[in-house]
Design a protein around this ligand. Sequence first.
Ligand code: GDP
Ligand code: ADP
Ligand code: 5GP
Length: 204
Amino acid sequence: MLVIASPSGAGKSSISRSLFGADPNIKLSVSVTTRARRTDEVHGKHYYFIDVETFKKMQRDGELLESAEVHGNFYGTPRAQVEEQLARGEDILFDIDYQGTLQLYEKCRADMVTVFILPPSIKELRARLERRAQDSVGTIEKRLKNARVEMDHYGEYDYVIVNNDLEHSVDRVRTILASARLRRERQVNLASFVKDLQSQIDSL
Ligand code: GDP
Ligand code: ADP
Ligand code: 5GP
């Protein structure tokens, strides 16, 4: 479970998109959200866009692995898709905020690797939010203000990347993913592989 979090506009969605292009072995956890769809977003790909009533019902019925209110909207991770993907042994990328990260820590710490993305400067963060041109002026101001609180939580993450150059940042996340996959406890069938090597020595 690879979690990427950041203040809005720091670049986590751009980084995730590039990662998917190059790595077929990781899938995105598609969240449900009550916020309005941006013009370039596709239902079922970027988010499942649902109303507040449906969100509350999913929450009540235990269908969300974690959920949080972010920038005045509700967001949550549907439990079923995550459990199915994990059972198939697939890696999953989560683009969730710090509140969601803490909830996942409580349930699945051993399976998680977490990365926090920082913008190189606040001037650049504002420029990126404006360049994305998907949110109203009021929404952009709210997201900039919220960035302060979100940044308080960088210390809860395993890795921190300052997203200056997008390609460098993607490379760094790839390196983190590669080393996480190499961890002994994540390599299945290692014991039988070693046993097999040893038995080949025994029969020399
Ligand atoms: P962005 O910050 O520009 O990527 O804007 P989004 O509207 O896509 O995301 C808003 C916030 O909700 C971000 O902090 C996300 O990390 C967070 N978020 C997105 N999906 C989830 C989720 O499934 N669970 C939780 N807890 N937070 C989420
Ligand atoms: P987030 O998902 O964190 O809100 P996005 O990935 O949507 O952020 O990025 C916000 C804007 O900044 C987008 O317009 C994106 O193209 C741009 N951007 C992201 N990373 C970089 C970077 N390293 N350099 C310049 N622009 C970037
Ligand atoms: P945006 O509205 O720009 O798509 O996302 C705003 C913030 O909500 C981002 O920081 C994003 O990571 C977070 N977010 C999106 N989906 C979820 C989710 O399912 N759970 C949590 N906790 N945060 C989410």
